[in-house]
Design a binder for this molecule. Structure first.
Ligand code: AMP
Length: 283
């Protein structure tokens, strides 16, 4: 695996590979890698000749400075995991390399999907995501890029960005990897205490309860039941839990049997740690 820290060096390398007819896959991450990230690397390795994984803790997508400062950095472990997967390139730019004029975010209008849920609770978050993903896609110009459904709203935003500005790039959205008890893998889980880790499993249990009863109850009953499962745990506090339209994230109501499919979106504080999860439910 080659480690590259500058845009110029990365482009020189990739231009040579592209001239040789090689296809490029791109997996953006913020590091502290786990099996969920590695599933994206594996998919990219299977789909393309050259896989570029970026590790960059993007300051413009954090609305809360302490969240940014607390973000886990595990460079040595990350290097080892990527090398074991035979990832071709690890791109680790500095903040100055990505933002030579300072960490400024572009503001573009992607409508409601950037304003609700994560967009509402983390103002400016999606401006930062759109800015950094655009920068990476312009630098790397991959054939394919790989994102996790774990960040469902982010996937929708990136899907819109790609269809508007990078229609030549194929977007792959990969399933969420979970631990044996259903908890979605996340770099933030490293901050959970042992009892919090156990209690956090109620989040996915709540989501799966909706999937199990889809079509049998009203949306309001399904949401209430799911909320009760989470609220039973002392360390959990729901920020939002809604059942939404898959494409525009409008909140659904009424009989669940009248909808063929939907997505359940949730953010839950577990102690100090903010967890997000989602599940697509269907008839
Ligand atoms: P992050 O490092 O949190 O920015 O995540 C980098 C990529 O990994 C994003 O596309 C995430 O959606 C994806 N990802 C994070 N957690 C998981 C998971 N548990 N399963 C699959 N993909 C994930």
């Amino acid at each position: 695996m080659i480690v590259i820290k500058t845009t110029k060096e990365l482009q020189n390398y990739l231009n040579g590979q592209k001239r040789d007819g090689k296809t490029i896959g791109f997996v953006p991450t913020m590091g502290a890698l786990h099996e969920g990230h590695l599933s994206l690397i594996k998919k990219s390795m299977a789909e393309t000749d050259i896989t570029v994984c970026s590790i960059f803790v993007n300051p413009t997508q954090f609305n809360n400075i302490s969240d940014l400062e607390k973000y886990p950095i595990k460079s040595a472990e990350d290097f080892k995991l990527l090398a074991q997967q035979n990832c071709t390139v690890l791109f680790m730019p500095s903040v100055l390399e990505m933002y030579p004029n300072g960490p400024i975010k572009n503001k573009e209008d992607y409508g409601n999907i950037t304003k609700v849920f994560e967009g509402e609770k983390r103002p400016g978050h999606f401006d930062g995501v759109i800015t950094v993903v655009s920068l990476f896609l312009e630098i790397i110009k991959p054939n394919k890029t790989f994102f996790g459904q774990k960040d469902y709203q982010q996937c929708l935003v990136v899907k819109n960005l790609i269809s508007k500005k990078f229609p030549e790039i194929s977007l792959f959205i990969e399933p969420t990897l979970r631990n044996e008890n259903g908890l979605a893998l996340s770099s933030r889980n490293a901050h959970l205490l042992k009892n919090e880790l156990t209690e956090a499993e109620a989040v996915s249990k709540a989501l799966f309860s909706i999937k199990l009863n889809w079509g049998l109850n009203t949306i309001e009953q399904l949401v209430e039941n799911a909320r009760n499962i989470i609220n039973e745990k002392k360390s959990l506090k729901i920020e939002y839990l809604n059942i939404c339209n898959l494409n525009d994230l409008s909140v659904l109501s009424g009989n669940s049997s009248s909808y063929n499919e939907a997505v359940v979106l949730t953010a839950v504080f577990c102690g100090e740690v903010r967890l997000i999860d989602n599940l697509i439910v269907y008839k």
